[in-house]
Design a protein around this ligand. Structure first.
Ligand code: HEC
Length: 203
C-alpha cells in the first residue's frame, strides 16, 4: 500500500517534471528556432553610403540565377565586343516576384558580364564564360530616383577594379532603353526563361 502510494506520487512527480521540462524546452528561444520551419526572412533592401551612392552588396554572387545570354547586342549594327551576360536577383525580392509577379520596392538585379572562351581542352567545340569583365546593377527604389528604377556600373577586373559604391547612371544611358524595350516593369524578362518558369503569376 505504502509502496504503491509512493509509486503513484513518484509517477505524478515524474510527469510534472516531464511537463516542466517540455515547457522549458518548448519556450527556450534557441530550441524554438530549431523546431519551427525557417521563417520568411525580412526583405533585403539596397544600402547607400553618405553620398547616397549604392553600395555593391557583398553577397551578390550568391543571388539567384534568373537568366543568361550570349552576345546580346544593345546597339544597332554593333558587332562589338561580345560577352556572356548572367543576370542574378536578390533572393528575398526573387521570392516576392515568384509569389506575386511583382518587382517590389527594393528589388535588386545584378548583371555580370564575362568574356568568351573557346578551344580549351578537352572541349573541341563550344564557348564558355571566362573572366568577369564588369558588374552592373538595376535597383527599384523610388525613394532614390523619381522614375523608380536606377542603374549602376561597378566596374570590374577589366576596368581597373570594382567600385564599392556607385552613383545612378544618367537616364539616357540606361533607363531609357530599359523602360522602352524591357517586357516587364523595366526588367528584360523576355530573356529570362528560368524566371518566367518559376513565376507563373507574372504572366
Ligand atoms: C539599348 C538597350 C540597353 C541599354 C542602353 C542598357 N541596357 Fe541593360 N539590359 C538590356 C538588355 C537587352 C538586357 C537583358 C539581359 C542581357 O543583356 O543579357 C539588359 C539587362 C540589364 C540588367 C539585368 C536586369 C534587367 O533589367 O533585365 C542590368 C542590371 C542592366 N541591364 C544594367 C544596365 C546599365 C547599368 C545600363 C547603363 C550603363 C544599361 N543596362 C543600359 C538593354 C539595355
Amino acid at each position: 500500500m505504502t509502496q504503491s502510494i509512493s509509486h503513484v506520487i513518484g509517477r505524478v512527480m515524474l510527469s510534472c517534471a516531464v511537463v516542466a521540462w517540455v515547457a522549458v524546452v518548448a519556450t527556450h528561444p534557441a530550441l524554438v528556432a530549431q523546431q519551427r520551419p525557417v521563417p520568411a526572412t525580412g526583405a533585403v533592401m539596397p544600402q547607400y553610403d553618405a553620398d547616397r551612392n549604392l553600395k555593391l552588396p557583398a553577397d551578390y554572387r550568391q543571388w539567384i540565377l534568373v537568366g543568361s545570354s550570349l552576345g546580346l547586342s544593345y546597339s544597332e549594327g554593333g558587332a562589338g565586343h561580345q560577352m556572356f551576360n548572367t543576370t542574378l536577383m536578390e533572393p528575398t525580392a526573387y521570392r516576392h516576384f515568384v509569389e506575386t509577379g511583382q518587382f517590389r520596392e527594393g528589388t535588386m538585379l545584378a548583371l555580370i558580364l564575362q568574356g568568351i572562351g573557346t578551344n580549351a581542352l578537352p572541349a573541341r567545340q563550344g564557348q564558355f564564360a571566362t573572366d568577369v569583365h564588369m558588374i552592373e546593377m538595376a535597383v527599384k527604389d523610388s525613394g532614390r530616383v523619381p522614375e523608380g528604377w536606377a542603374y549602376y556600373g561597378f566596374g570590374g577586373p577589366m576596368m581597373g577594379g570594382y567600385r564599392t559604391a556607385a552613383a545612378p547612371q544618367a537616364k539616357a544611358s540606361c533607363y531609357d532603353c530599359h523602360v522602352k524595350h524591357a517586357a516587364r516593369d523595366n526588367v528584360f524578362t523576355q530573356f529570362y526563361g528560368l524566371l518566367n518558369e518559376a513565376a507563373p503569376r507574372a504572366k
